[in-house]
Design a protein around this ligand. Structure first.
Ligand code: GLC
Length: 604
């Protein structure tokens, strides 16, 4: 976009995306057409009249994704009822104990069932389903997502009344596992439309392909007609978020959900759509773009993922790397081969190998590795350096020396020149297992660690977002004295029930579902009585979080997904990535050939 188009009158401090709604709605459509030739929005939204009993005639201006898809694809292949039909046939199968492969076939080998096999649905589960359904957000009459928190007594919901991309993932999975595919399909297609909005903060536009952190359905007066309103989707790309954080994880989760949708429903028509393929490529291009990076890991600012406040996770945080790796693998499965995509596929494959090597080799810590770091020489110049990142052993924190168990290990939170963030971050570690970014040995070791450190990581509510908390001077310097992130609260060592679903997928993948089953039992004891809090505080997760929202949707959905998967472990396959033989081969070939090649290829 040229500077002239930036709408200079809005600066300073105003955001183009937040000029009067009806204007930006239309403007966004026009701009999208310019930037993205596969746009569906550019074909114009369809308009319709709809009478709501007891209300005035309301005109809604809605983006009818299905009709527009036909225009975009230009053929008659898209059958409107296909999804519903597939849902009916495959949905039943998936709830009866079979996950469905990407080709629509039922998966073969089964995963070890949990100790307490099929039970009757508990009332906690019934309540969770009711609450999840109540949290559904509609756009032009169709379900498009779930609100982040739905506490009727909360008079100041801030932005928790929005649909967050990352928060919707467990909701979407729960609906998929229940055979209810429509909401997930709508979510995927509507958020895709938001992706190409021209978003600007103080005259600066972030990279094309960025997915919003959240969106809201707004009903606004229609220009020139005081009796009429229209519904519009109002996205937040971080330009309104606290701290103006960039939602790097949104696009990665979107790709992961897209694959899960196809695998679970058997409906591959969504991922095959031209606009969906283009959206996927835009995310990939943004992530794979050349920069100043020396490492294959994605370089991001602080707060660019689930931890969306300053917590000292800028640089190369594990969570982003695990999601990145997973999204690359998922996208590779879904990209349709075509002229012009060869370079992208090549870049994607190279990155997968480099990323996998880098994380497995340099992020891993266990007793042996810690001892190695403890005895590191420093200031090593040259290709032969053992201590490549110049880590000073003095930075090994004293808690870790006590904490690291003889059996077990984990991937550290972040790695930068002369800096290892030794904190244990749950989501990054769990998703490294799920995506096979961690080796099989490492994956088991992480689960060993969780078992061994149960009273630190699970205690009275699963699961600590990170361990340990930053305290005293460290808290002051690293969080900027953030009163919401005080020690053992919120992102700083708080416990988040939503993480239960990722724990369950990881445990099932490693054929150790009993660990997840135990954590689910812990959660079930109090989560409903406590009104489904967003997070818990204190070292042992004894108290409901100081500022935690109640009826937090992803706590509810995370619990439901964990329950559904533990009863039907095979269904977890829609989420995990198997170890890729080619990557493994490339890594072992490189190792066999000796350090020289690896050094030249991946490490500078
Ligand atoms: C908080 C969390 C973030 C979540 C949002 C909505 O900001 O840190 O991860 O997406 O709330 O629930």
């Amino acid at each position: 976009m040229g500077i002239a188009e930036v709408a200079l009158p809005t600066m300073p401090g105003a955001f183009v995306g937040h000029s009067p709604a009806s204007n930006w709605f239309l403007r966004a459509g026009a701009r999208r057409l310019k930037r993205n030739p596969n746009s569906v929005l550019g074909t114009r939204a369809l308009q319709g009249h709809l009478k709501i009993p007891g209300l005035r005639s309301v005109r809604r201006q809605c983006q009818r994704i299905d009709d527009l898809a036909r225009v975009t694809e230009g053929n008659g292949n898209w059958v409107k009822d296909a999804v519903n039909n597939v849902s009916q046939v495959l949905g039943d199968a998936s709830v009866q104990g079979h996950a469905v492969g990407g080709d629509g076939s039922l998966n073969g080998s089964s995963v070890k069932p949990p100790p307490h096999q099929r039970r009757k649905t508990s009332s906690v589960e019934d309540e969770a389903w009711d609450l999840l359904r109540e949290s559904v957000v509609y756009y032009c009459g169709s379900p498009v997502g779930t609100i982040a928190a739905n506490d009727p007594n909360d008079s100041d919901p801030v932005n928790y009344d929005q649909v967050f991309i990352r928060d919707f993932i467990p909701s979407g999975i729960a609906f998929l596992l229940k055979g209810e595919y429509e909401i997930v399909r709508n979510f995927i297609l509507h958020t895709l439309q938001l992706q190409s909005w021209e978003k600007t903060m103080d005259c600066h536009s972030p990279g094309q392909g960025l997915m919003p952190a959240s969106f809201k359905v707004r009903t606004i007066p229609l220009d020139g007609d005081e009796d009429a309103t229209e519904e519009v989707l109002d996205p937040d790309f971080g330009e309104a978020a606290i701290g103006r954080v960039a939602p790097v994880d949104s696009g990665l989760w979107w790709i992961i959900l897209l694959r899960a949708y196809g695998k679970c429903s058997g409906d591959l028509s969504v991922q095959e759509r031209i606009d969906v393929q283009t959206g996927m490529k835009m995310i990939l291009k943004l992530c794979l773009a050349d920069g100043f990076d020396m490492f294959p890991t994605l370089l991001v600012t602080d707060g660019s993922c689930m931890i969306d406040r300053r917590m000292g996770i800028h640089g190369h945080p594990l969570e982003i790397q695990a999601l990145f790796y997973s999204a690359l693998l998922c996208a590779r499965e879904m990209l349709t081969p075509e002229d012009g995509s060869a370079d992208l596929i090549r870049a994607l494959n190279n990155r997968l190998i480099a990323l996998s090597f880098h994380i497995r080799e340099y992020y891993w810590v266990d007793m042996n590795k810690l001892n190695e770091i403890y005895r590191y020489k420093t200031e090593e110049y040259s290709y032969d350096a053992v201590n490549k990142f110049n880590i000073y052993p003095d930075q090994i924190p004293s808690w870790l020396v006590e904490w690291i168990p003889p059996k077990g290990g984990y991937l550290i939170g972040n790695l930068q020149p002369a800096h290892m963030d030794f904190r244990f971050f749950s989501l990054g570690n769990l998703w490294s297992i799920v995506s096979s970014l961690a080796t099989t040995h490492q994956s088991h070791a992480v689960l060993d660690l969780i078992e061994c450190k149960w009273s630190d990581l699970v205690a009275e509510m699963p699961l600590k977002i990170c361990y340990p908390a930053l305290e005293n001077q460290e808290w002051k310097i690293i969080t900027g004295s953030d009163p919401k992130n005080t020690p053992w609260s919120y992102h700083n060592g708080g416990s988040w029930p939503t993480l239960l679903w990722q724990l369950t997928v990881a445990c099932i993948k490693m054929n150790r579902p009993e660990i997840a089953a135990k954590a689910i039992e812990v959660a079930e004891r109090r989560i409903s009585t406590d009104k489904w809090p967003e997070y818990y505080d204190t070292k042992r997760a004894r108290l409901i979080g100081k500022q935690a929202r109640l009826y937090q949707t992803w706590s509810i959905a995370g619990f439901l997904v964990a329950k559904l998967l533990i009863e039907n472990p095979d269904a977890a396959r829609i989420l995990w990535n198997d170890e890729d033989a080619e990557i493994l081969n490339a890594l072992s070939t490189n190792r066999k050939r000796g350090k020289k090649i690896l050094k030249k290829t991946y490490i500078v």
